[in-house]
Design a protein around this ligand. Structure first.
Ligand SMILES: *Cc1c(COP(=O)(O)O)cnc(C)c1O
Length: 460
């Protein structure tokens, strides 16, 4: 065979090879996952208990290509998707385990519902404060918290290829329809954007919008090329698919259509940003994720990355330094390091703010300037995104230096403020103002917003 023939044969083999099929396992199929069947019964029972409360869903690619089964249960990718006993408080775990053993469906359902209520399913006042109105009508699939950026939750995009155990949107995956944000129609979105010329960014999120067919995404996004949407300069798509199902960009039936759609938006003058959720550098190692990145970049898409700092998964400056370095090498732009939110299995994943800052700082110190674009550690709290800038001593008092990187009132952004140092605190609501002050500078105004006395000004 000549070299040309050999190349042709290889190309034909690639084209005719069956593309990997998307196959998913949920709580009901936990025991049917071959790798799980080999684990001890006690571990499998613990997983079943936790999976009654928190959503569970994993696909074959994550099972076969990302998890290192020789390192289970410590493997970070295993902990990213599989429920662990420590993800529930001991008493809650015992109650659910007890109900499960009794084989009493009604008792189990009641216990599960009670445990879920204790896990703060709606952090940061998302449902109450962020849902906008148009001509008096509430638009439940849209959130508008910060003036420049509108979040859109397309109804077909409210699941993910796999669920992350730490997910702050866990409540919308457990089948409770009242917790689900979803838009029935593109029309609401387009009308809202047209009525709000201050909005420069549309952030399509979920769930994961990349579970949608390209034709559905196109119905939302292509109309934005019309002149009346010229103010919407940036289309961001929040997704975990780049690392959990990179085949979406490579071999799915409508992968090529998807890339053509994104390229069309770019050619039409939009900045298209894929906001890729990447928790660990191990997610970026497979040939298929590399190919997905190459194809997206060829289409003119900018890939920005974000993820929370998580105990048991990436609570280590070396992991972040390597994650950011590899991202820069692949042409990705590190964007945010988040503090794990105060919801769901937070006690398993939470890291004190003081430690979060240490991890961020030590990671930053190990990377070049191009990898120092990640802001953080950032808390997405009720009043806004609050970054821990550091720990220092002022006038003999040890303090956290904080600032808003985003806020419900744009005037709060970039004003430094101070909280009394607290080694254990892991969220904004556990912090006290420094220097004996009674309140943080934004507190009265924020509370008035919560009481409905001040209209949500960003939507004006
Ligand atoms: C983070 C976030 C945004 C985007 O903020 P940027 O600083 O522009 O990245 C928008 N809306 C909400 C509710 C957010 O949490």
């Amino acid at each position: 065979m000549t070299p040309v023939q050999s190349l042709q044969r290889k190309a034909v083999a690639e084209i005719t090879a069956e593309p990997p099929r998307f196959q998913v396992f949920t709580e009901r199929h936990l025991e049917r996952i071959p790798q799980i069947a080999r684990l001890p019964e006690a571990d499998r029972f613990a997983m079943r208990v936790v999976a009654k409360v928190l959503p569970f869903r994993v696909n074959r690619y994550v099972l076969d290509e990302l998890i290192d089964w020789s390192a289970v249960p410590d493997d970070p990718l295993f902990r990213l998707v599989f429920p662990q006993a420590g993800m529930l408080a001991e008493t809650d775990f015992a109650a659910v385990a007890d109900a499960l053993r009794k084989d009493d469906a009604a008792g189990l359902a009641a216990t599960v519902a009670e445990v879920r209520r204790r896990l703060n399913p709606h952090p940061a006042g998302q449902q109450e404060l962020n849902v906008p109105r148009l001509d008096g009508e509430a638009l439940p699939g849209i959130q508008h918290k910060y003036r420049e950026t509108v979040l859109f939750f397309p109804s077909q995009g409210q699941v993910c290829h796999s669920y992350c155990t730490f997910c702050f949107r866990w409540a919308q995956f457990i089948g409770d329809k009242t917790l689900r944000f979803s838009a029935r129609e593109a029309e609401h979105l387009h009308r809202y954007l047209q009525a709000h010329p201050a909005v420069s960014d549309l952030l399509v999120t979920g769930g994961d919008p990349m579970v949608m067919k390209t034709s559905h995404l196109a119905a939302y996004l292509e109309p934005l090329l019309a002149p009346e949407f010229a103010h919407v300069q940036t289309v961001r798509i929040g997704t975990k698919s780049l690392s959990f199902w990179p085949q979406r960009y490579v071999s799915d039936a409508d992968a090529d259509d998807l890339l053509r759609l994104l390229e069309k938006l770019v050619r039409g003058g939009k900045h298209v940003a894929l906001m890729a959720h990447v928790n660990h550098w191990r997610e970026l190692e497979t040939p298929v994720v590399r190919e997905a990145i190459r194809r997206l970049r060829d289409a003119g898409v900018v890939i920005r990355t974000q993820a929370p700092l998580l105990n048991h998964i990436n609570n280590d400056p070396a992991v972040w330094a390597r994650l950011w370095r590899e991202q820069v090498a692949l042409g990705l732009v590190p964007y945010y390091l988040f503090v794990e939110r105060d919801t769901g299995a937070r006690q398993y994943f939470e890291v004190p703010l003081a430690r979060a800052w240490q991890v961020y700082r030590e990671a930053m110190q190990q990377v070049s300037g191009l990898a120092r674009t990640a802001r953080g550690p950032s808390m997405s709290a009720g009043p806004g995104k609050v970054e821990v800038q550091g720990v220092t001593e002022i006038g003999g008092e040890k303090v956290f230096v904080l600032r808003f990187v985003q806020a419900r009132n744009p005037d709060w952004v970039q004003r430094p403020f101070f909280a009394r140092y607290d080694e254990q605190a892991s969220w904004l609501d556990q912090l006290e103002p420094a220097f004996g002050e009674a309140k943080f500078f934004f507190q009265d105004e924020y509370e008035a917003m919560c009481r409905g006395e001040i209209p949500p000004r960003v939507m004006g």
